[in-house]
Design a protein around this ligand. Structure first.
Ligand code: 13P
Length: 256
């Protein structure tokens, strides 16, 4: 059985004090040994403050991106080992905002995925189509190319050490959530394609949904057989909104 994962991508928001307050608030609400996993992805410079709050708890923290290089003259970049040193267990790779604004190609994202694994970080590979691609019925081919680039570089076994987050670009920050059925359709496509490569890994891998997920739609989304949790943006920025989603994960994990 795959454990649900609720992950908060804080993006470029808040101050150190706000990051501390948010992580302390989550810590107070989420008991150790919860039936679902929780991870937060603060801006890089807030990670030490968040780590200080969350250390010795089950809550996971991670980076929103990382360099494809191990070290060296790459001004402004943050390496996998730097994140690991701050206690990060996970890292996002290939978020659509990095693909779009940072011009990250499928190949570069695959190299970042590999870097993350090289230091034991769990990469969350973000994939998803734009509205134009959906309307042109290219959703499956776009998403599969994004995943295949990683398989070609690191192999199926290594892909299986990560998590995949399906985030339709048109649903991110727009309030336009994919319906649970739309999400399930793409998740099922991903899992069935993965199983053509390796059925055991495909069944084990967690596939998250992201894009305007909130306390009102999380139950329907997470109830879908191939949706194993969510990658949350806007609704991860307050304890109340994030907990509304976590409570749905908790109820579903406990068979309610
Ligand atoms: P929103 O939840 O704000 O739509 O953002 C989703 C996202 O991009 C998470 O990575």
């Amino acid at each position: 059985m795959r454990k649900l994962l609720v992950a908060g991508n804080w993006k470029m928001n808040g101050s150190v004090d706000e990051a501390k307050a948010l992580s302390a608030g989550l810590l107070a609400e989420i008991s150790d040994g919860a039936s679902y996993d929780v991870a937060v992805f603060p801006p890089f410079v807030h990670i030490p403050a968040v780590a200080a709050q969350l250390q010795n708890s089950d809550l996971i923290w991670g980076g929103q991106n990382l360099s494809a290089q191990a070290k060296g003259a790459f001004t402004s970049e943050i390496s996998a080992s730097m994140l690991a040193e701050l206690g990060c267990q996970m890292v996002l790779v290939g978020h659509s905002e990095c693909r779009e604004y940072g011009h990250e190609s499928n190949q570069l994202v695959a190299e970042k995925f590999k870097q993350a694994l090289s230091v034991g970080l769990t990469p969350i590979l973000c994939v998803g189509e734009t509205i134009a691609q959906r309307e042109a019925e290219q959703t499956e081919s776009v998403v599969w190319q994004q995943i295949q680039a990683v398989i070609e570089l690191v192999g199926m076994e290594s892909l299986g050490q990560g998590v995949i987050a399906y985030e339709p670009v048109w649903a991110i920050g727009t309030g336009l959530t994919a319906t649970a059925e739309q999400a399930q359709q793409v998740h099922q496509f991903i899992r069935s394609h993965l199983s053509e490569n390796d059925d055991i890994i495909a069944r084990r891998m967690r596939l998250l949904y992201g894009g305007s997920c909130n306390g009102s739609n999380a139950n329907a989304l997470f109830s879908m057989p191939d949706v194993d949790g969510g990658l949350i943006g806007g609704a991860s920025l307050t304890v109340e909104d994030f907990m509304a989603i976590c409570q749905q994960a908790d109820a579903l994990s406990n068979g309610e």
